[in-house]
Design a protein around this ligand. Structure first.
Ligand code: RP5
Length: 166
């Protein structure tokens, strides 16, 4: 078992979560991907979450759309940090999954990130930040990432100003 598990409510969520996989790969963080549904495979969800800590998992990322109870259902069975990614699906395009993910009752927290594919990337970064609390090499990679991100925006700004002549 790896330090991070990315759980998807459906195979149809794989594409939206590519940014999560790419980011974890980029930082060299090992992870497993599972397709487990809070509603359609509730026993598997409880089993995975209940055994995660003893299996060495440190953070769980849960991505789901519609009535997105996956992150909450996983959080109910573990005290490990759970990050929820609300994905967009018709007809409410993610507003439904946002509320289902973020509106946890007091006592069972879920760290809900951005709705949609950007949430996949942010969930991975948040998981990496949690792991970096006890991993100085990973913390340095995060600082390098932030620096490169800042430099890219500054370069984009100077490039576009030069192209526009201002
Ligand atoms: C959710 O329902 C899944 O996470 C997915 O976003 C949505 C639709 O699932 P499928 O019908 O594509 O399996 O549980």
């Amino acid at each position: 078992m790896k330090t991070v598990i990315v759980i998807l409510g459906s195979k149809s969520d794989l594409h939206d979560m590519q940014g999560s996989f790419d980011t974890l790969d980029c930082f060299g963080v090992s992870y497993d991907v599972r397709i487990i549904s809070a509603h359609r495979t509730p026993d598997a969800a409880a089993d995975l979450a209940g055994k995660a800590a003893e299996n060495g998992v440190k953070v769980l990322i849960c991505a789901a759309g519609m009535a997105a109870h996956l992150a909450g259902a996983i959080a109910a069975h573990t005290v490990l940090p759970v990050i929820g990614v609300p994905l967009a699906a018709p007809p409410f395009n993610g507003f439904d999954s946002l509320l289902s993910t973020v509106q946890m009752p007091p006592g069972i927290p879920v760290a809900a990130v951005t709705a949609g594919p950007a949430g996949g990337k942010n969930a991975a970064l948040l998981a990496i930040e949690i792991l970096a609390l006890s991993d100085p090499a990973l913390a340095r990679k995060l600082l390098d990432f932030r620096k490169a991100q800042t430099e890219k925006i500054l370069t984009d700004d100077s490039d576009q100003r030069r192209e526009r002549g201002n």
